[in-house]
Ligand binder design. Structure first.
Ligand SMILES: Cc1ncc(COP(=O)(O)O)c(C=O)c1O
Length: 437
């Protein structure tokens, strides 16, 4: 009979049924209705053979060169960048140098770079700012998005709908998760305060043709924002080529620190500030600058693009090793997202008949860090909204796996991960058959 364990030791919060040493089904522990009278508690002494991190889309380690660049700004140059004394001015100089470096990679003016605390904040500033601008001008804010946006975009749009009667317009995506240009044009034709379209999808890795979409928005006078958080460090961020009005980035996706981001805002776009207070960032985002993190982000971005040829070819090799290995060794495994127009570091698949959370548990017990979708979704037993929007059935949408590689990923890491995955899928499937019979 299957048992229910509440497992301690780093995995508290998730229950799973274990049969023959394998997790076969999982459930979130946060459910308020679940109060077992008797529980067995087990601490798993994890004896991990190898640690393989395959969740670089969730976050990356900070590059040691980035840490070196940041170090002086914790305790040597610590003045507030708005102070007029020389300590403050040293901080300000570092921030302005960082702004200039970021602007070179974005091919924009330094004045168009706004430093924020994260990608979510950048998305919020763009969307809320555009919605408030429309309402200041006496218009109802129509906000065009897709069904595969990160929650930093979709929840913001939804809240603006609830709180200020903004009108969300969701343009469908195709089987690969790419926004359909003709449907997007139809939505823009009716006018909108903003269109916000994800550049590279966090869950299935597909890359939208932003230049085409931005041109459509421009033709209809619609402001165009892109959440480029996953694209940062891997795809071009040349805003002139892309034709975007606003673009969000987050440093922790390209080997920079967590807790710092960028919002590019094209000169001439005057949005009401969402974070009010002092006049930082040209009055567009109040708050004392996090000098060390801003310096680190600029360094990380610079390294990502100066080393991009080598990095991206490494990512593609490891990613393709994963995809080829899984599609050839796991029956029914299907790549999700676009087969070609996808992030170099990103492999995502559905593995039919597998509860993604049970599989993730098994991987974790074997030292492999992976995800079933975006970081924010991990541990959620519901089918993935993104996979549903792509046309997968609810059962298939519970079987999504995201594996993302990075600069440290080796061929041997992937071989190990493939062996563990193939073994786990086989065992989970046979246990499922046994339960069904
Ligand atoms: C596409 C996308 N947008 C926004 C975010 C949020 O970024 P941050 O974690 O910096 O708030 C993420 C994070 O995973 C993301 O993948």
């Amino acid at each position: 009979m299957p048992c229910l364990f509440i497992v301690e030791g780093g995995l508290i919060g998730i229950e799973w049924r274990i049969k023959e040493g394998m997790p076969v089904e999982t459930r979130n522990w946060v459910q308020s209705d679940f109060r077992p009278k008797a529980r067995q508690t087990m601490t798993i002494a994890m004896k991990i053979k190898r640690e393989v991190y395959l969740d670089y889309s969730a976050s990356t380690p900070v590059d040691p060169r980035v840490i070196d660049a940041m170090m002086p700004y914790f305790s040597e140059v610590y003045g507030n960048s708005t102070s007029s004394h020389s300590q403050g001015r040293r901080g300000e100089n570092a921030i302005e140098a960082a702004r200039a470096r970021v602007s070179q990679i974005l091919n924009c003016q330094p004045s168009e770079v706004v430093f924020t605390s994260c990608g979510s904040e950048s998305d919020n500033l763009a969307i809320r700012g555009a919605a408030w601008l429309a309402s200041q001008q006496g218009r109802r804010a129509r906000l065009i998005t897709s069904p595969v946006e990160h929650s930093a975009v979709s929840n913001t749009v939804q809240q603006l709908g609830d709180l200020m009667d903004a009108e969300p317009v969701v343009v469908p995506v195709d089987r690969h998760g790419l926004i359909q240009a003709d449907r997007f044009a139809d939505a823009c034709r009716r006018g909108a305060a903003l269109a916000s379209v994800i550049y590279a999808n966090n869950e299935v890795g597909s890359v939208n043709d932003l230049a085409e979409l931005a041109a459509i928005a421009r033709e209809h006078g619609v402001l165009f924002h892109t959440d480029a958080v996953q694209a940062g460090g891997q795809l071009t961020l040349n805003v002139e080529q892309l034709g975007v009005d606003m673009l969000s980035l987050s440093a922790h996706k390209f080997y920079g620190p967590k807790g710092v981001g960028v919002l590019y805002i094209k000169d001439g776009i005057e949005l009401p500030s969402v974070v009010t207070g002092g006049g930082h960032e040209g009055g567009r985002r109040a708050g004392t600058h996090n000098t060390a993190f801003i310096v680190g982000m600029a360094k990380a971005l610079e390294l990502a693009y100066s080393e991009s040829e080598e990095r991206l070819s490494h990512f593609r090799n490891r990613r393709d090793q994963l995809i080829d290995g899984l599609t050839s060794r796991v029956s029914g495994a299907q790549l999700t997202g676009h087969p070609v127009e996808r992030l170099p570091s990103h492999a995502s698949l559905v593995l039919p008949g597998i509860d993604a959370n049970a599989l993730l548990m098994h991987l974790d017990l074997n030292g492999i860090a992976a995800s079933s979708g975006s970081a924010c979704k991990t541990g959620n037993p519901e089918p993935s909204d993104v996979l549903l929007a792509l046309g997968y059935s609810p059962d298939e949408a519970r079987c999504g796996l995201r594996l993302s590689v990075g600069v440290q990923t080796t061929e041997a890491d992937i071989n190990y991960a493939l062996d563990v995955l193939v073994d786990a899928v086989g065992k989970l499937r046979s246990l499922k058959r046994e339960f069904a019979s």
